[in-house]
Design a protein around this ligand. Structure first.
Ligand code: NA7
Length: 541
């Protein structure tokens, strides 16, 4: 039987665009892409809420595989806003000429493995079906919104917005009573952006966050040119650094220096802004609770300095989790927003939200009326996107059943029983702990090498061995259990933000340099941990 395509790519974000380029133009395979949205851009297509911005520096949050792309694009802000990143991805898609390989407005609705002819049948929302030998799932880690626990969302008579699927038009909040639910990365961005322009803003906060200054600013034309021309020097040895960011290495321990020196180091990186506060202060913040507390209390002191009302300031100070064990957040004028006379903070940890009502929000203690409600309540990360449509592997087994007790795979990329399927940004990899474009490129390169090896061996299938899957899954979980991240269960890193979702490791917390090394070793050893036509290459590394 002939298959329609060598490769199907699902998604047209950072991963999908590069995957089409890699498989179609570098491997010379026939590729069909599908994208649910009306355009390319992935996350940056959907997340267009006011204030949406990447909190990784623009010069680092971009593709690295093409000298031409690097030299031609100019980033105008240190941290690009959503529109500029979307412009970049659209421009990159045109430069790579990959748009023609995508069918837009077309959602994949199921993936079914055909054992006899060794191909995937891909069904799509337009009622069509096609077949492909290999599937690259590039659906992103954070593309399925979490549906909050409270009831009545659809009953609200006013304007209801989700940050994760903001309408493609200007929304004017002037003269309106607005609520924002959620104070994660997204909530913080939208709150600081809209606060001055509302009649009244009520922020519903369950867990206060450690928000560190972002340090954004415009980049002048001369600097833009320099950045583009010197991108190699600028990005340096990013791939060997924690977070894939080439920032100064930290001092070994926050506990090995006196309090004055510690404050000097924290002040220095606070001034720089962004992830440097985590990467370039002290190396034991994420391994030693006492060290972590020095950073946590430094941040709380800064919050108290910036929020006028002491009661509000205390409510904004995180007290139930260690710094960095939930995804770090960044801000510019977030804390100042709470000193505006028309902005209120409601603590919904002590009095949870029970329901959205036709007129507003009801907590266990009070009811509030609003003209508009914004839900910034996060995502069903990692496994959520992979499980939005049924994937049926060998012997008719579904991925939902395979992952019923939590995700298991090899290197975050292949699941035993699901041949020829690669899950970019899937669970149990380092996505979320690192600068995504770089790790995405490396995962796709690994998948492409594995596919090429399959083809050159004349094999029909490539698949994680059960042994390799078991060993990798155990390693990821062991690292998680030994880490400080295990102390904060209620986070999307651990599945803890979604009721009923298995809790545990969703991320390899040992960092991207080690993850990359393991991938390289596996590839160099002839793909240890993978089997080709059922024959294992060798033991996993
Ligand atoms: P996050 O970081 O998961 O934040 C979601 C926020 O919504 C967080 O403050 C939650 O509080 C809050 N939330 C969720 N459900 C409820 C209910 N039922 N009641 C009150 N508050 C609730 O998602 P974001 O979209 O902000 O960021 C996701 C990532 O996108 C980000 O990390 C970057 O990588 C980009 P909680 O903390 O659970 O108490």
């Amino acid at each position: 039987m002939t298959v329609d395509h060598d490769v199907v790519v699902i998604g047209a974000g950072f991963s999908g665009l590069y995957a089409v380029h890699k498989f179609r133009d570098q491997l010379g395979l026939s590729v069909q892409g599908f994208e649910a949205a009306g355009g390319v851009g992935g996350t940056w297509w959907f997340n267009r809420y006011p204030g949406a911005r990447c909190d990784t520096e623009s010069v680092h949050y971009s593709y690295s595989f093409s000298d031409e792309l690097q030299r031609e694009w100019r980033w105008t802000e240190k941290y690009a806003g959503q529109q500029e990143i979307l412009d970049y991805l659209e421009w990159a898609a045109d430069k790579l000429d990959v748009r023609r390989s995508f069918r837009l407005d077309t959602r994949v609705t199921s993936l079914t493995w055909d054992e006899v002819s060794a191909h995937w049948t891909v069904a799509t929302s337009d009622g069509a079906e096609c077949t492909a030998r290999f599937v690259i799932s590039a659906v992103g880690a954070m593309s399925v919104p979490k549906r909050p626990e409270f009831t009545g969302i659809d009953s609200f008579a006013g304007e209801l917005y989700w940050t994760s699927s903001w309408p493609d038009r200007q929304v004017d909040f002037a003269g309106k009573r607005v609520a924002v639910v959620g104070t994660g990365s997204t909530g913080i961005q939208v709150i600081q952006e809209i606060a001055p322009n509302t009649r009244h803003l009520t922020v519903f906060q369950r867990t206060p966050n450690y928000a560190v200054p972002l340090g954004n600013g415009p980049v002048d034309a001369e600097q833009q040119r320099w950045n583009a021309e010197n991108w190699k020097e600028l990005r340096g040895d990013s791939r060997e650094r924690v977070g894939d960011l080439p920032y100064d290495r930290p001092a070994p321990s926050a506990l090995a220096v006196d309090p004055e020196e510690r404050t000097r180091v924290y002040d220095r990186e606070w001034q720089h802004g962004g992830f440097r506060f985590l990467t370039s202060t002290f190396g034991d913040l994420m391994v030693n609770e006492t060290a972590n507390e020095t950073a946590a209390s430094y941040i709380r002191d800064r919050i108290r300095e910036r929020v006028h009302d002491p009661v509000t300031a205390e409510l904004l100070c995180p007290d139930d989790h260690l710094y960095g064990t939930k995804r770090p957040t960044f801000e510019t004028s977030y804390y100042e927003a709470f000193s505006l006379a028309h902005v209120d903070l409601v603590d919904v940890r002590s009095a949870p939200i029970e329901a959205i009502t036709p007129t507003g929000i009801r907590t266990t203690q009070a009811s509030y009326d609003f003209d508009a409600i914004i839900l910034a309540t996060g995502f069903d990360a990692f496994t959520g996107p992979a499980l939005t449509f049924p994937t049926t592997g060998r012997d008719g087994v579904s991925l939902r059943d395979t992952w019923a007790d939590g995700p298991a795979n090899y290197l975050g990329l292949q699941v035993a029983g699901y041949p020829n399927l690669f899950t970019i940004s899937g669970p149990l990899s380092v996505v979320s702990q690192t600068n995504s474009p770089l790790i995405i490129e490396d995962q796709i390169d690994f998948a492409a090498d594995a596919v090429q090896t399959t083809l050159s061996r004349g094999a029909r299938t490539v698949e994680a061995t059960p042994e390799a899957e078991k060993a990798w899954t155990r390693l990821v979980n062991d690292v998680y259990r030994m880490s400080l991240f295990a102390k904060t269960e209620k986070s999307w890193y651990t599945g803890g933000n979604i009721e009923g979702k298995p809790k545990g490791a969703y991320v390899f917390f040992a960092g991207s340099p080690l993850y990359r090394q393991i991938m390289v070793q596996a590839a160099e050893s002839g793909f240890a941990g993978l089997s080709f036509d059922g024959a294992a290459s060798s033991l996993p590394p």
